[in-house]
Design a protein around this ligand. Structure first.
Ligand SMILES: Cc1cc2nc3c(=O)[nH]c(=O)nc-3n(C[C@H](O)[C@H](O)[C@H](O)COP(=O)(O)O)c2cc1C
Length: 393
């Protein structure tokens, strides 16, 4: 079973990702993984932190001579900001003065500060926000990138694009093509597939910045060449739509997830909601005339592109701070301001890709298994043959 876990605080020494369950003999594309980390760091509206960091992954275990061993893969991303935080974030006891220097007691509405401090009985919300910070998602992107490398071996690719920032939105019926997704360059500041709309998105971010405010939006993740048959209808927690929704919802600040045109079809008639079925005799495959279902029916992939949309709230740290209460004195104060981003939608799209890749890689290995890439490939090929020959009883 493929599983992963991350560790690390935002201003700690490093972030860690541990991935277990990948087959042996997968060739690791180190440059690709580092480039994924770079993509997460980009986007217009990021704060000062991303100017300091130059995320690079170091493999600590599970890989030898460029290929996986089938043992746990441990990856580390060092925080370049660490020297500025060594004392504040020291694992050892420090003087009271040092401990209190960057204490946070005026919680930000919308962040984890207050709920986490109450739950874990902390008087310094830093003990909560350091882990709750989306810096952690760098480790998820490293783990997801490794899964992308794995999925690529079977022709499956995952990309994303920004579909809204504030009021600058792609048209409701806009369907992005794979060529448009590929054309979004690494340095595209908002990662929008419609170049004319990019400038409008930038203006939305600038307006929010000028007002000391923050701004949210939406991104869409698309996975192509996903075979029919990942996930299962047979139990609530095996449905792949549910698993994808949970994974994307777990991204910091994502407050709603949509599969395909899920929101729009709720307001449509059945005749305008479902994807009619055709059969391509030459390719020996069923296909759909549309893909409103986002490649999933009954929690099982149906061979069309998997499409997942994430909706982000505006991030909670505002320059023009919101009303709060000091956790110790209980006096009303404005919320504390930490160095912060204004808009993170373009970065969230990259994190969304990683989360979707992690879910798909796990579902893929559930179906095809295999301790080595050779064994997984054999199992996969045999299944594709079964689909082509269907029904072969
Ligand atoms: C890439 C990324 C960067 C983020 N950066 C910030 C930030 O600089 N300041 C902030 O207050 N929130 C930021 N957030 C959002 C918070 O991490 C998030 O709101 C917080 O953890 C509370 O979780 P929730 O919003 O999911 O309830 C960021 C989110 C993402 C996805």
């Amino acid at each position: 079973m493929l599983s992963y876990r991350t560790a690390g605080e935002s201003h700690g020494q490093a972030l860690i990702a541990l991935v277990e369950g990948l087959p042996s003999n997968l060739a690791v594309d180190f440059d690709f993984i580092n480039n994924e980390l770079k993509r997460r760091q980009g986007g217009y509206g990021r704060g000062g932190r991303m100017k300091i960091e130059r995320d690079q992954v170091q493999f600590l275990s599970g890989v030898r001579h460029g290929v996986t061993l089938g043992s746990p893969v441990a990856m580390m991303i060092e925080n370049r900001d660490w020297p500025n935080w060594e004392e504040t974030m020291s694992v050892r006891q420090v003087s009271q003065e040092a401990a209190e220097k960057r204490r946070v007691t005026r919680p930000r509405p919308g962040h984890t500060d207050l709920a986490g401090s109450l739950k874990y009985n902390q008087v310094d919300a830093r003990n909560i926000l350091e882990r709750s910070s989306a810096r952690e998602t760098a480790a998820r992107v490293a783990a997801g990138a490794l899964c992308k490398v794995f999925l690529r071996e079977f022709g499956i690719e995952v990309l994303s694009h920004t579909t809204a920032i504030g009021n600058a939105r792609v048209p409701v019926d806009f369907k992005v093509t794979w060529e448009q997704l590929e054309a979004i360059r690494n340095d595209d500041v908002v990662r929008c597939a419609l170049p004319d709309l990019s400038a409008e998105m930038v203006r939305e971010i600038e307006k929010a910045q000028k007002d000391g405010d923050t701004i949210g939006g939406t991104f869409e993740v698309i996975a192509r060449a996903v075979p029919t048959g990942l996930g299962s209808h047979s139990a609530w927690d095996t449905r792949l739509d549910g698993r994808l929704a949970q994974a994307v919802m777990s991204i910091n600040a994502v407050k709603a997830v949509e599969i395909g045109d899920g929101v729009q079809v709720a307001y449509s008639r059945g005749s305008g909601a479902h994807d009619e079925i055709g059969y391509d005799a030459a390719a020996q495959r069923f296909y759909r005339y549309s893909n409103r279902a986002g490649g999933l029916e009954g929690g099982i992939t149906n061979g069309e592109d998997v499409r997942v949309v994430g909706y982000l709230k505006p991030i909670p740290t505002l320059k023009k701070a919101l009303r709060s209460v000091d956790m110790i004195s209980k006096e009303p104060f404005l919320a504390q301001h930490e160095r912060s981003d204004t808009c993170t939608v373009p970065a969230a799209g990259i994190i969304g890709e990683a989360m979707v890749a992690l879910v798909l890689a796990r579902a893929f290995l559930e179906k095809f298994g295999g301790d080595s890439m050779e064994e997984t490939s054999r199992n996969f090929s045999a299944y594709l043959e079964q689909l082509r020959k269907y029904p072969e009883l």
